[in-house]
Design a protein around this ligand. Structure first.
Ligand code: ASP
Ligand code: MG
Length: 323
C-alpha cells in the first residue's frame, strides 16, 4: 500500500510549511512515536538488556551488500585524523563486537545513513536517514528473537491502544489497529517465490492481515548460512499493507566462513580488519539479533502514507531539505 499510496504531491513537507492541521497531525504522530520508544526501551531494559549509545563514524560499517533489497546511490566516506571512516549504514559490526566482549544482550537506537537511489522517494517506504532499534543476544537463536519480538509488538499495540487512544482515534487508526496474535506465521522465501514469483516482497504485504516472518533470505556475510542445507538462518518481519519492518539473523562468527563469504561476495576485507582479526583469534561469539526500523514501525501503527510523515525532519530520497 505504501507504494501506491505515495506518489507525486504527497512528498512530506518540512515543519515550517505545514498547515495548522498538518502540525496537529505531526504532534499526534509524535505522541505515538514517544509512546512506542518508551514502551520498547522500558520493556527491553526490564528484560535485562543494556542500552548502548550509537556511533556515527567508524572504519567498519554494514556493507549493505549483497542484498537484493539494497539500492545505495552513494556511501558516505570521509577522513578524520588522517584515516578514512564511514557513516553508519547499520551498527551490525559494532553489535558483533559488543556482544562478543562486554555486553551479553543490549540494544541501541542507532541513526542509519543509507543514501538510497532517488527513485525510492516515491515508494513512501524509504528514507535516507532513519533510526534503527538494533539489538543482539549472545548465544541467541531465531526462536529467542522471534518470541521476544512478538512479545514486543503485541505488547506495544496493546499499550498504545490504551495510552494513546486519543491520538490513534484522531489519526483514524484506533479501530483498524488490533493487537496481532502470537505466534506469527513463518514463510520460507522458497515458498514465497513459488507462490508469488520474484516480486514476492511486494506481493506478501497485500496478502496478509497479521505480521508474518520470512526466513532464508540470501544477503550479507554476517547472517548465518547453513553449509549443510544452503539455507540462511535469518528472518524479516513483514506487516500487512506495508512491508518489512525488521531484519535479523543468527550470525556467522568463524573466521574461515566470514573470510570465504567476503571473498565470494566481493566485500572489501580491508574495511573489516578488526572483525576479521577478532574472528581469527577466536574472539567472536555466536549471537543472534535484529534491527527494527523505528519510523517504519510507527508508519504502520499510525497508517502513514509516506514514511517522511513520521519523521520530524523528513529525509525523503532525492530531496534535500534545509533541516
Ligand atoms: N542492523 C542490521 C541491518 O540493518 C539488522 C540486523 O541486526 O541484522 O541489516
Ligand atoms: Mg542486514
Amino acid at each position: 500500500m505504501a507504494k501506491e499510496a505515495a506518489g507525486a504531491g504527497t512528498t512530506p513537507k518540512p515543519l515550517h510549511e505545514l498547515s495548522r492541521r498538518g502540525l496537529a497531525r505531526k504532534l499526534q504522530v509524535g505522541k505515538v512515536s514517544t509512546g512506542t520508544l518508551r514502551y520498547l526501551s522500558n520493556t527491553l531494559v526490564g528484560k535485562g538488556f543494556d542500552w548502548l549509545l550509537p556511533v556515527v563514524f567508524s572504519k567498519s560499517t554494514d556493507p549493505l551488500w549483497p542484498d537484493p533489497g539494497a539500492s545505495i546511490e552513494k556511501r558516505i566516506e570521509t577522513e578524520v585524523y588522517g584515516e578514512s571512516v564511514r557513516a553508519t549504514q547499520s551498527m551490525i559490526i559494532h553489535k558483533l563486537v559488543a556482544c562478543s566482549t562486554a555486553f551479553g544482550k543490549f540494544f541501541v537506537l542507532s541513526p542509519n545513513v543509507r543514501i538510497e537511489k532517488r527513485e525510492r522517494g516515491a515508494t513512501g517506504w524509504h528514507s535516507y536517514e532513519f533510526t534503527q532499534l538494533d539489538f543482539e543476544v549472545r548465544d541467541g537463536r531465531f526462536e529467542h528473537i522471534k518470541s521476544l519480538v512478538e512479545e514486543l509488538i503485541v505488547g506495544l499495540i496493546g499499550e498504545l491502544k490504551s495510552e494513546r487512544r486519543e491520538e490513534l482515534t484522531s489519526l483514524g487508526r484506533y479501530g483498524r489497529l488490533t493487537a496481532p496474535k502470537a505466534p506469527f506465521r513463518t514463510f520460507d522465501t522458497a515458498t514465497l517465490r513459488a507462490r508469488y514469483g520474484e516480486a514476492w516482497e511486494a506481493a506478501l504485504p497485500k496478502s496478509i492481515s497479521e505480521p508474518v516472518w520470512v526466513t532464508n533470505i540470501p544477503r550479507e556475510f554476517y547472517d548465518f548460512e547453513d553449509p549443510s542445507t544452503g539455507k540462511w538462518d535469518n528472518y524479516d518481519l513483514f506487516v500487512p499493507s506495508y512491508g518489512e519492518i525488521l531484519s535479523g539473523a543468527r550470525r556467522e562468527w568463524e573466521y574461515e566462513r566470514i573470510r570465504a563469504k567476503m571473498e565470494r561476495d566481493g566485500v572489501r576485507k580491508e574495511n573489516y580488519a578488526l572483525l576479521l582479526k577478532l574472528a581469527k583469534e577466536g574472539r567472536l561469539r555466536p549471537s543472534a539479533g535484529a534491527g527494527m526500523g523505528v519510523e517504519r514501525l510507527v508508519s504502520w501503527i499510525v497508517g502513514a502514507k509516506h514514511i517522511g510523515e513520521v519523521q520530524p525532519f523528513p529525509k525523503v530520497p532525492g530531496t534535500v531539505y534545509d533541516l
